[in-house]
Ligand binder design. Structure first.
Ligand SMILES: *Cc1c(COP(=O)(O)O)cnc(C)c1O
Length: 395
């Protein structure tokens, strides 16, 4: 019996279900103890001072852009090979996206790509770079952050693929070489909350801003009140109903239900990562006979990955076929595949904003990439089945 294989899926156990049921039976469905507990657990795993949990990875990126005060006239450097949300976060706050190229073998941007993109900023003021740890492999952060610092840029890591990966001595999310790091807990990511995200930071001032912006910009902290006449009674005590909004924020909160799931899932991270690494090693072995027309995605020189997806690079033309035919052929055999990603600078919206932009590394990566199934509950013989069917579809 063969079962259909998705390219990724969550793994939910009985204890995850029990954790959510317990949250459902508790007093708080949102903004209660499960949120605080998940933030503490995430800060521990990522070895960082503060984790601010929110409603999605996209919301986390938006909050990071807001916390940095990015706005019109500011340039944000974003690698083109990423999910659209990384670039859109800059646009949400009125900033302009200047796309960086990537290494055609790994899909990762490096400091040389940052330097090249900075030369294309024209009249904009370069303010930030949002490097992306694609597929769970890490950008060479030390070199990137040194280049960013030379140009006075803030650094926000899009670590949505990379929970659990390490950058030398530091965990991803520890912000050893960045101001903030952003995570997603969408079910396709290594740890699932349903919908959910987080920003981690070692900067207490940024953490405070992120928490404020996450919930309408409203504060109930008397130390921060700007209108003492309205805030305090004659004895100088804060009025019990009073709260203040100095500037508008959003409702990007995460619920206790999803945070209960997040905490329960996070406890399995080591297991999830170890199994994914085994499956990636199994893919490496099974794919070897298909080289050089089919090769696993290039290995990053830096860090220890936490694999999010299994990408292979295929020379479709040399195989006498097209990616569409291969994807359809595999789908007929019950194997679902994806493409991560169509370079964002080629989306109609961004093409209109930077006409004629050509990024050869991103294009070369895109031309060859295909994402094969990889998920915790996958069996070794299913890896062999995928590669066997891929070989058949290609020949
Ligand atoms: C998933 C993802 C996001 C967005 O996360 P959501 O939780 O789906 O909003 C952003 N960037 C990258 C690289 C992602 O993979």
């Amino acid at each position: 019996m063969t079962r259909p294989l998705p390219y990724g899926r969550q793994f939910i156990d009985d204890d995850d279900i029990a954790a959510v049921v317990a949250a459902l039976k508790s007093d708080c469905l949102t903004t209660g103890p499960a949120v605080t507990a998940f933030e503490a657990a995430l800060a521990k795993v990522t070895e960082v001072a503060d984790a601010v949990v929110c409603s999605s990875g996209t919301a986390a990126l938006h909050l990071a852009a807001l916390a940095l005060d990015l706005g019109p006239g500011d340039a944000v450097i974003v690698p083109s090979v990423t999910f659209v949300a990384t670039a859109n976060a800059a646009r949400y706050v009125g900033g302009e996206v200047v796309f960086a190229d990537v290494d055609p073998a790994t899909g990762l941007m490096g400091s040389e790509h940052l330097e090249e993109a900075l030369r294309r900023c024209g009249g904009l003021v370069p303010k930030a770079v949002f490097p992306v740890h694609l597929n769970g492999q890490c950008v060479a952060m030390k070199a990137l952050s040194e280049a960013a610092r030379r140009h006075g840029l803030a650094v926000v890591e899009d670590a949505c693929h990379a929970l659990g990966s390490r950058q030398g001595e530091a965990a991803t999310g520890a912000c050893a070489w960045s101001d903030m790091a952003v995570f997603s807990f969408h079910p396709v990511k290594t740890v699932a909350m349903g919908e959910g995200g987080a920003v981690t930071t070692g900067d207490a001032r940024l953490a405070e801003r992120l928490r404020l912006l996450r919930s309408h910009g409203i504060t109930r902290d008397p130390d921060g009140f700007l209108q003492p006449d309205e805030a305090f009674d004659a004895e100088g005590r804060p009025n019990p109903w009073y709260y203040e909004m100095a500037s508008p924020g959003f409702n990007y909160r995460a619920s206790d239900l999803s945070c209960a799931l997040g905490t329960s899932q996070l406890a399995k991270l080591d297991r999830f990562m170890a199994r994914r690494a085994q499956l990636v090693a199994a893919y490496d072995r099974a794919l070897a006979p298909l080289a050089p027309r089919v090769v696993p995605v290039g290995r990053a020189a830096d860090g220890v990955p936490s694999w999010h997806i299994q990408v292979v690079l295929i020379d479709f033309a040399a195989c006498g076929t097209t990616r569409a035919k291969v994807m359809r052929g595999l789908a007929e055999r019950g194997i679902s595949t994806q493409v991560h990603y169509l370079p964002v600078h080629r989306q109609p919206y961004y093409r209109g904003r930077s006409p004629g932009l050509s990024l050869p590394g991103a294009d070369a990566y895109y031309d060859r990439c295909l994402t094969l199934p990889l998920f915790y509950g996958m069996e070794d013989d299913e890896v062999e089945r995928v590669v066997r069917e891929l070989g058949r579809v290609l020949s």
